[in-house]
Design a protein around this ligand. Sequence first.
Ligand SMILES: C[S@@+](CC[C@H](N)C(=O)[O-])C[C@H]1O[C@@H](n2cnc3c(N)ncnc32)[C@H](O)[C@@H]1O
Length: 266
Amino acid sequence: MTSPDAIETYYRGQGLAERIFTALAKEGHDINRLTPEILAPHDEFHVGGMAATHRVAARLGLNPSHHVLDIGCGAGGPARAIAAAHQCHVTGIDLTADFITAGTRLNAACGLAALVSLHHGSALDMPFEGGAFDRAVMLHVGMNITDKPALMAEAARVLVPGGLFCVYDVMRVGDGEITFPLPWAPDVSVSAVETPDTYVTAAENAGLAVLEQHDGTAAAAAFIAHVIATKPAPTPGQPPDRFRNLAAHIESGILAPTELVFRKAG
Ligand SMILES: C[S@@+](CC[C@H](N)C(=O)[O-])C[C@H]1O[C@@H](n2cnc3c(N)ncnc32)[C@H](O)[C@@H]1O
């Protein structure tokens, strides 16, 4: 069972907003007039970046009346991208307090504080009323959460009847040993990678029917190639780079970025 403290320790990002502002100012951006597009290389913590966020959002038929929940929102990059593109309210929740602190500053820097609010807390015990959200997304978070039944039950609880939920996680799609580090885990103790079937079974038991399943490997290929091209060459004798290691697992067919769309009964 992965531990919340170990996960927060791994992700902690003290001073993240300042580091992003410094990097963007060096590139010549006015840090008081940012946009989700300018921030995207710094605040979208999943394979495929902002393009993947928009692909996920497009599966949910969003309109400005919808209130969207982003489960495991990180520093709020996906939440801001969705709010700006669809002019809807987005609420995010994440276990890593530093990300919430940084994300709240980034909301203001984008002029999105009225549409996006970010909260510190666990996906397994969310401080929201039942039926509070019309739509929910979860991008690259389930790989840290062992208890998929509890995760799906909590997502189902906060959705309205008929509400849609899109999960975009890296999932096990083939046999073979999973080795570390990977982007979400330095070792197996904070990793909870599962098969699409495990997600679907947990979701169905929580009252979420699966509508769609998509293998995102092809869509991610250009992103993965770009990220690897920007990294220094591997050093012999050193541990593998976590992103290169993920790319190798995807290439060998053990892991795949996978999208699942669910609808709550009702
Ligand atoms: C790879 S990052 C993805 C962040 C964001 N979804 C994005 O795509 O930019 C994984 C995030 O999941 C969060 N997380 C992991 N376990 C969680 C839990 N039980 N409840 C809430 N957030 C969690 C981590 O704190 C981290 O911010």
